[in-house]
Write a protein that binds this ligand. Structure first.
Ligand code: WT7
Length: 650
């Protein structure tokens, strides 16, 4: 974020106190904060008893005797899928809709909790028949269709560990994730619909699996009916294998600390980190936050989270949180603007969506398109609006509330990460007096601080780094296969405290304002992409000698990727053609979301005497700002060479 944007943010003084009528019916109350402050572990103990069904009780709420390796609900046993599906049927809610699924071409499906119980049981039986068991890893690479949630729950049901890989990632990205987790099975589809056309998935799986000896079987859902290559010994159709199974499966209870899933996210090095989440604490905090932050009333609400299931938001707020709470939700397959820009608002109107959870980048895109488009639909069913993925600027916040929320809905700006597993900092609707642009305060049961370089907690009115000084139930337990990296990445910068990687400021009232990443991680449309990952993709191209990548502020996507490259002498003329070639190369190596917005060929890169690239200076160039201090450069003239080269258009 630029310093201008930052100071604007901190001068925001509009306040939106809760509506008394909303407050009177809200799930959350001020008393939750007091209860959690008085005894945090007793608070979580009570939540665990009220929100989840257990087969065996725990002996301790938290074991923090070997930090940073936490154990929550020690000795407790439960089945995550039973909690998300069966118990709602047993409680008499089998007829309640679990998923209103909307395909992009306009087809739709409705699954009740009873339907889901049958489907998840069938899928669980199918996984067992394919040789998958407790602790085995299953990679899931799918479009947004009900089978993706069914697959995840089927894994959870039998104690297999899923690793969902976003369908927009490349074959290479999929291969490296399959390899790191040593997945035995891949669940995929022939393809899915995007922007009016069937997009394929199976060819990327074929390519990835050809180089993945761990994979024994590939289970394929037929969605688009496009032609696919078929390996008779390896590939099986969902409609053959799953549909043939009995719709009954007795769930077995697993230990609280059994692994539920791995989800890869970008770090500051080129190698993605496999974030490991476990069963009980994760499920508890997703359920608790989903109930209180969104004020969920499972009997009457229709909830819609627009995230793709390939990201953590999809895991926690499309699958585990809402389903643990027995929510009715919408799941949409495609793009927001197909067949036309009002598609999302049509969906809100069609299903009477009451709670909407989306990202600032989407809100800003709708803002640009104007109020008329949502204005033509009936959005009066909406009563809570959520935001996630990046800081929401006050203008977008106000627009969201005025135009989408008719000027009356609470907005919850939820800060959290893949690593935290669930929402950590957010207003509570009906309780908090909202400030546009601020995520405000840690939720009851969560502790967060802002500290300076030396690790001292800053006074109100000051900025620094966001840290989490106390463990929380949904916290990551480690990086898959790399405990040392877990310790180094999160627990070493401020020993004993979790370092989130975000800059933050506390205002005069102690409310927290998130200011973006302080490490080499970019945030593009709410997606996390590492500069080093894009750099290594670029230098793997034969025409590139060196590359440096920065995230430059972008009015719509938050940040845009700008790459500076030194071309090899034999690469020929630079120019648009090479830039296009390199952008495609990055898409092939990582996925289209990582394509640089701009690629600039330069003669040199700014480096310190120890050889570290000074991205700060490149960011100045990319954002057309006056250059900062260049005195630590090994060669201070480099920046002149770069700027004059760019100015002359080479
Ligand atoms: C990073 C985590 C959390 C699910 C989606 C992204 C940024 C996330 C907010 C927010 C300001 C936010 C942070 C964080 N972020 N939510 N409400 N306000 N920043 O998950 O890919 O793990 O990215 O997203 O920088 O560290 P993720």
């Amino acid at each position: 974020m630029t310093s201008d944007a930052l100071s604007n943010l901190l001068h925001e003084d509009r306040r939106f106190p809760p509506d008394p009528e909303f407050a009177a019916q809200a799930n959350a109350t001020e008393a939750l904060y007091e209860e959690a402050r008085a005894d945090r572990l007793a608070f979580w103990d009570r939540q665990a008893r009220e929100l989840l069904s257990w087969e065996a009780e725990w002996s301790h709420v938290l074991d923090w005797s070997n930090p940073p390796f936490a154990k929550w609900f020690v000795g407790g046993r439960l089945n995550v899928a039973y909690n998300c599906v069966d118990r709602h049927v047993e409680a008499g809610h089998g007829d309640r809709v679990a998923i209103y699924w909307e395909g992009e071409p306009g087809d739709s499906r409705t699954l009740t909790y009873a339907d889901l119980q049958g489907e998840v049981s069938r899928a669980a039986n199918a996984l067992i028949s394919l040789g998958v068991g407790h602790g085995d890893r299953v990679a899931i690479y799918m479009p947004m269709i009900p089978e993706v949630a069914i697959s995840m729950l089927a894994c959870a049901r039998i104690g297999a560990i899923h690793s969902v890989v976003f369908g927009g990632f490349s074959a290479e990205a999929l291969r490296s994730r399959i390899d790191d987790a040593q997945a035995k099975l891949v669940i995929t589809a022939d393809g899915g619909y995007r922007r009016g056309k069937p997009a394929s998935l199976k060819p990327a799986v074929d390519e990835a699996v050809a180089a993945s000896p761990s994979v024994e079987k590939v289970l394929v859902v037929q969605r688009t009916e496009q032609d696919v290559d078929w390996d008779e010994g390896r590939d099986v159709w969902w409609h053959d294998v799953v549909s043939a199974q009995p719709a009954e499966h007795a769930p077995e209870a697993f230990d609280s600390e059994d692994t539920l899933y791995i989800l890869y996210t970008s770090g500051t090095t080129g190698k993605p980190k496999g974030i490991k989440h476990t069963c009980a604490g994760y499920l508890l905090q997703t359920a608790y936050t989903h109930r209180n932050v969104f004020d969920l009333k499972p009997e009457s609400d229709v909830y819609w989270c627009t995230a793709d299931v390939g990201w953590v938001t999809g895991h926690s707020y499309l699958v585990y949180g809402p389903m643990a709470n027995g929510a009715t939700q919408v799941m949409y397959e495609g793009t927001p603007d197909y067949p036309e820009p009002g598609r999302w608002w049509d969906i809100v109107e069609k299903y009477g969506v009451t709670i909407l959870y989306t990202a600032p980048t989407a809100i800003r895109t709708f803002m640009k398109q104007g109020e008329e488009i949502p204005g033509r639909r009936d959005l009066s069913s909406l009563r809570v609006l959520g935001s996630v993925g990046e800081p929401i600027n006050p203008e977008a916040w106000i627009w969201y509330r005025q135009v989408i929320g008719s000027g009356r809905t609470p907005i919850v700006d939820t800060w959290w990460q893949t690593e935290t597993g669930a929402i950590m900092i957010s207003p509570l609707p009906g309780v908090t007096s909202a400030k546009p642009g601020s995520a405000q305060v840690p939720l009851p049961g969560i502790v967060a601080d802002v500290v300076d370089d030396a690790g001292n907690v800053v006074p109100d009115g000051h900025g620094g780094y966001l840290v989490l000084p106390e463990p929380w139930p949904a916290m990551l337990r480690t990086i898959w296969g790399d405990d040392q990296r877990f310790i180094d990445t999160y627990w070493s910068r401020f020993p004993g405290r979790y370092f989130a990687g975000d800059g933050a400021k506390k205002d005069e009232e102690g409310d927290i304002w998130l200011l973006g990443r302080v490490d080499d991680v970019m945030n593009v449309s709410g997606h996390r992409i590492s500069t080093t990952e894009v750099e290594s993709a670029l230098v793997s191209h034969p025409k590139v000698a060196e590359a440096a990548v920065v995230g430059a502020s972008d009015p719509t996507t938050g940040q845009g990727i700008v790459a500076f490259v030194i071309l090899r002498a034999d690469a020929g003329e630079g120019g648009d053609q090479v830039a296009a070639e390199l952008r495609d190369h990055v898409a092939k190596e990582i996925g289209p979301i990582a394509k640089p917005r701009q690629i600039l060929a330069v003669p040199e890169l700014p480096k310190t005497r120890s050889g570290k690239i000074m991205r700060r200076l490149l960011r100045d160039v990319a954002e057309n700002r006056e250059m900062g201090d260049v005195t630590t450069l090994a060669d201070p003239t480099v920046m002149n060479m770069i700027s004059s080269g760019l100015a002359s258009g080479s």
